[in-house]
Ligand binder design. Structure first.
Ligand code: SF4
Length: 498
C-alpha cells in the first residue's frame, strides 16, 4: 500500500522549476577543453573560437562558480564567445548557426581537385616513392587517351564550377604529349560546361624544356616541384642516374620562374630520416632559393615508403622535434623582417583564427577525400585520394572507388565504397575526436587510420595522425599566447595575398 502510494507520487509531473536547476545562473553551450600545460587550459567552442584560462576554470564554469561579480571579464568572454548563455537558447543562436555553416561551406561545391596520374614512368628512383618505374614502356604506364577522356568527362560533371586538374606521375612531364592532349580537350569542354579550370603539373624538373615552359605560360599552368633541402639531403633522398637531381631541380625552377613568373612555381619537401638532422639547413635552403614558404611534410606512412625502414621510418615525436626547430628558424626570418611562412601551420592558423572555411584535404571533417579530391590513375582505376592510390600500389584496393571504363559518376562519388568511407569521415563522431578541444581545427582521415591501424575508425591514443595534429595545434596556440610577436607574425601568414 505504501509502495503504491510512493509510486503514484513519483509518477506525478513536477513543476518546471523543479527541473530547472539553472535558475539565476547561466546555461552551458557546447564547448570542449584541453590542457595546454600545467597551468593553463584552452576552451574551444563549436565554431573554433578559443579562450585560454587558468587550470581549474572549466570546473568552476560547469559548477556555476563564475559570476559577473566574481569574474567580470571571464564571464563576459564566455558569454560573448558562445561558451555560456543567460537564456536556454541564446538570442544570437542564428549567428552561431551561420558561423557553423560557413565553416563547413567547403562542402557546398563538392569535388574540386581532380588528380590525373598521367604516367607511372619516372627517371628518378626516390627511396620513399611508391611509383618509381624506370621504364620506357609508354603504352603500359602512360594514361590511355580513353581514360583521359573519361576522367575529363567525370570532372565536367562535378557540381563545382572551379576545378583543379593536377597532373602527377611518376614523372608527369615524361608524358607531356598526354598532358597537352588532356588540356586541349579540357579547354574545349570547359567552355560548354562553364568551368573555370586551374592546371597544375607536378614535376621533378629533370626533363623540363623551354617548349614545355612556353606551353605552361600560354595555358597559365602552375608548376609544383619537389625540393627536399640542400644538395646533400635532396640528392640522397631523390636518386637518379648522374646523382644530380638537386642541380636539375634548381635549373628547372630558374627556367620556369624566368618565363612564368616567380610565384607560378612552388615546391614541396618530404621529411626522411636524413632530413630530421637538418631542420635549419632545409629552411635556409628554401630561403636561399627565393621561396617565401615551405611545407614541412612528414613521410606518408604508406606501405612502400616504409619498406625502406632505415631511411624512411621515424617516430612522430622525432618529426615534431624537427618541425618545431624548423618553425623556430622560420620565425627568426620573420623577426628579421622577411616574410616566410610554413604551409601546414598556415592552414591550421586559418582554422584557428578566422571564421572562414578551409578545404585542405588532410584536415577536413567530413574528410577531404572524394568531397574535395579524387584520383584517376593511369590504368583507369579511380581512388579516393592520392594515399589510396599508394595503398593500391601495395595491393590494397580498399579505396578503389571504381574504374573509368565501367563506373558512372554516381557509382564512384555516391557508390558503396564511398558510403563505407562516410561512416568514419567526420571527427565529430569519432571516439576520442568527438570530445577533443581541437576537433574544429583538425580533421578525419579514415584512409590513414586504415593504413596505420587497420580500420577506418582508428584509435586515437596511438594514432600518429592525432599525435602530430594535437601537438602542432597545441604548440601554435602556446606560441601565440606566450609571445605577441609570434601572434602578429602568424596573422601576417593568414592574410590574403595577391
Ligand atoms: S585526431 Fe586527435 S587532435 Fe584531431 S580531433 Fe581527433 S582527438 Fe583531436
Amino acid at each position: 500500500m505504501i509502495e503504491e502510494k510512493l509510486r503514484r507520487q513519483t509518477r506525478k509531473f513536477k513543476e518546471r522549476a523543479d527541473y530547472d536547476q539553472q535558475q539565476n545562473a547561466y546555461y552551458l553551450l557546447p564547448f570542449r577543453f584541453h590542457r595546454l600545460d600545467e597551468t593553463r587550459d584552452i576552451l574551444v567552442n563549436e565554431v573554433g573560437d578559443y579562450l585560454v584560462v587558468s587550470t581549474g576554470t572549466v570546473e568552476k564554469i560547469v559548477s556555476r562558480q563564475i559570476t559577473k561579480k566574481s569574474h567580470y571579464d571571464l564571464y563576459a568572454d564566455l558569454l560573448s564567445g558562445f561558451f555560456i548563455s543567460e537564456q536556454p537558447i541564446p538570442p544570437l543562436i542564428d549567428i552561431l548557426a551561420t558561423r557553423y555553416r560557413t565553416k563547413k561551406s567547403f562542402l557546398d561545391q563538392f569535388t574540386s581537385l581532380h588528380i590525373f596520374v598521367i604516367s607511372l614512368r619516372c627517371e628518378h628512383t626516390c627511396h620513399y616513392c611508391q611509383v618509381s618505374r624506370v621504364t620506357q614502356d609508354k603504352a603500359k604506364y602512360d594514361m590511355a587517351e580513353r581514360f583521359i577522356d573519361q576522367g575529363i568527362d567525370l570532372m565536367m560533371q562535378s557540381p563545382n564550377d572551379q576545378v583543379t586538374m593536377e597532373f602527377q606521375g611518376g614523372e608527369a612531364l615524361l608524358a607531356f604529349d598526354k598532358i597537352v592532349y588532356a588540356i586541349e580537350r579540357t579547354k574545349r569542354l570547359a567552355l560548354t560546361y562553364a568551368k573555370q579550370v586551374t592546371y597544375v603539373i607536378c614535376t621533378n624538373m629533370a626533363v623540363i624544356t623551354r617548349e614545355i615552359v612556353d606551353y605552361c605560360l600560354v595555358n597559365t599552368i602552375l608548376l609544383s616541384t619537389s625540393l627536399d633541402g640542400p644538395a646533400y639531403v635532396h640528392n640522397q633522398n631523390r636518386k637518379r642516374p648522374g646523382k644530380n637531381s638537386y642541380e636539375l631541380t634548381l635549373q628547372g625552377i630558374e627556367l620556369a620562374r624566368s618565363v612564368l613568373g616567380h610565384d607560378r612555381v612552388s615546391a614541396l619537401m618530404t621529411t626522411t630520416s636524413l632530413s630530421l638532422n637538418y631542420p635549419t639547413e632545409i629552411v635556409d635552403e628554401y630561403a636561399a632559393q627565393g621561396f617565401r614558404s615551405i611545407f614541412l611534410r612528414p613521410i606518408s606512412p604508406y606501405g612502400f615508403a616504409l619498406r625502406n625502414e632505415r631511411k624512411n621510418h621515424y617516430e612522430t615525436a622525432q618529426f615534431l622535434d624537427f618541425y618545431k626547430k624548423a618553425l623556430d628558424r622560420i620565425l627568426e626570418y620573420n623577426r628579421q623582417g622577411h616574410f616566410y611562412s610554413e604551409d601546414y601551420a598556415t592552414i591550421l592558423l586559418r582554422k584557428i583564427l578566422t571564421p572562414f572555411p578551409v578545404g585542405y584535404v588532410d584536415l577536413s571533417s567530413p574528410s577531404g577525400s572524394i568531397t574535395n579530391a579524387i584520383v584517376f590513375n593511369y590504368d583507369g582505376a579511380v581512388y579516393a585520394s592520392d594515399e589510396s592510390r599508394m595503398l593500391a600500389e601495395m595491393n590494397d584496393f580498399t579505396f578503389q572507388l571504381g574504374h573509368l571504363d565501367t563506373h558512372s559518376y554516381a557509382d564512384i562519388f555516391y557508390g558503396p565504397k564511398t558510403q563505407q568511407l562516410t561512416q568514419a569521415w567526420t571527427n565529430e563522431s569519432l571516439p576520442g575526436c568527438s570530445e577533443c578541444a581541437f576537433q574544429s581545427y583538425c580533421g578525419a582521415d579514415p584512409i590513414h587510420n586504415h593504413a596505420t591501424q587497420g580500420d577506418l575508425w582508428g584509435y586515437r591514443p596511438t594514432s600518429t595522425f592525432c599525435q602530430k595534429n594535437m601537438e602542432i595545434i597545441r604548440y601554435l596556440i602556446d606560441l601565440m599566447e606566450t609571445d605577441p610577436t609570434v601572434k602578429a607574425i602568424f596573422e601576417s601568414w593568414i592574410k590574403p595575398r595577391p
